[in-house]
Design a protein around this ligand. Structure first.
Ligand code: CP3
Length: 358
């Protein structure tokens, strides 16, 4: 399928570390409950999954933040838990409690039965949403596809939902490392196929969310998270030239690992707010672009404080990056929350564009 030419390519250029007129900005969870129009669509659909599995509704909520704000990228409206759901675990969302699986992984026997889902039969609704969104975007901004990291998906698959201490999944890794590696191996195969299918359907950049990598000791991080991120970065075909879909590895609590992540062959790494961007620039040494990293809580502050923190983050990157603003994609260090004020998002985006003009 042929697509309209891209009108705003700042985001893709910054990921390639090419010069841009302003630093591009998008926000994790930019489509969500903080927008009244999202809440209305969700109420109409009845549930989160009803919305995510309907390409027109998924497209509608993807575009909602772009109608309000001059964002430089769109992100597919879906969830990281679609892969385990397609593997048969039975995803549902309980109001106020977050995601739950009806049939979590209890041990090695359950792991032996897992197989890579079929990208069209089991996850075709995601690819249909990507195709619809790409068409409706009409070249306005690039579309980001995404997946959870193998470790982060394993956390939800074994815990059955969110967790405070990740005792079940860590115990499984410690007691049955071979079974854990089989689990992570199958999930990694699925993640690679899923990202490749999203690219084939029209996604122009790909982000992996390693939300829970930061809960592991260094030894366990290397063995159970980093190793599989390395496999994704080396095996995922991202295409060539202007058609290449850059790969971003985002992780919470990954400050200590930025050097290793830059060496995986990924195009960019996403950092949280526990590291200064200048330090992130030094640790990644110009090998990758860096995305981040304002503390999301900054969006509760008054406009002058938001503007000050935006300037601080932009200048920290420039100072650590040899005086150049290139190679930086502005974002939060994690996702937005439902009770944030949409007006604050406008303040943030305008500040990024104004303070970073070349
Ligand atoms: O960023 C975007 O705008 C794109 C959409 C997106 C969602 N989830 C929509 C969503 C993305 C990229 C995700 C990724 C995701 N999902 C992650 C990784 C990123 C992160 O935040 O660390 C994780 C860990 C999940 C798992 C998940 N899905 C949780 C913990 C929840 C519950 C959150 C809550 O506040 O209830 C979800 C549901 C979910 N995914 C919502 C949205 C907008 C809220 C659902 C609702 O409308 O009730």
């Amino acid at each position: 399928m042929s697509h309209a030419p891209l009108k705003n390519d700042r985001f893709l250029r910054a990921l390639r570390r090419e010069p841009v007129d302003r630093t591009p900005v998008w926000l994790m969870r930019q489509a969500g409950r903080y927008l009244p129009e999202y809440r209305a669509t969700r109420a109409q659909a009845g549930s989160f999954m009803a919305m995510a599995t309907n390409p027109d509704l998924a497209c509608e909520v993807t575009l909602q933040p772009l109608r309000r704000f001059p964002l430089d990228a769109a992100i597919l409206f879906s969830d990281i838990l679609t892969i385990p759901d397609a593997m048969g675990l039975g995803l549902h969302f309980i109001q106020g409690e977050g995601p739950k699986f009806e049939r979590p992984i209890a041990g090695p026997d359950d792991i032996a039965r897992l197989a890579v889902p079929d990208m069209e039969d089991d996850l075709g609704y995601v690819m249909a949403a990507v195709r619809t969104i790409r068409r409706e975007l009409d070249g306005q901004v690039p579309l980001i596809g995404f997946s959870g990291s193998p470790w982060t998906l394993a956390c939800y698959m074994v815990e059955g939902g969110g967790s405070k201490d990740f005792a079940k999944v860590k115990s499984l890794a410690l007691n049955h490392p071979d079974a854990m590696h089989r689990l992570l191996g199958v999930v990694t195969d699925a993640v690679i196929a899923y990202l490749a299918a999203q690219r084939a359907a029209g996604a122009q950049a790909l982000q992996v969310f390693d939300t829970w990598g930061g809960v592991l000791s260094p030894t366990m991080y290397r063995e159970f998270s980093l190793r599989y991120l390395q496999r994704i970065a080396s095996e995922l075909d991202r295409g060539h030239g202007d058609d290449r879909a850059p790969l971003i590895l985002f992780g919470k609590g990954n400050a200590a690992w930025l050097g290793e992540l830059a060496d995986t062959g990924a195009d960019a790494v996403g950092a949280d707010w526990l590291v200064d961007l200048g330090e992130a620039a030094r640790r990644t040494g110009g090998k990758v672009a860096v995305q981040g990293n304002l503390d999301p809580v900054t969006l509760y502050a008054r406009p002058e404080a938001i503007q000050r923190e935006v300037r601080r983050a932009l200048d920290s990157w420039r100072d650590g990056n040899g005086g150049s603003r290139e190679g930086h994609v502005f974002n939060l260090g994690h996702g937005m929350s439902p009770d944030m004020d949409p007006d604050s998002v406008g303040v943030l985006i305008d500040a990024v564009h104004a303070f970073s003009a070349r």
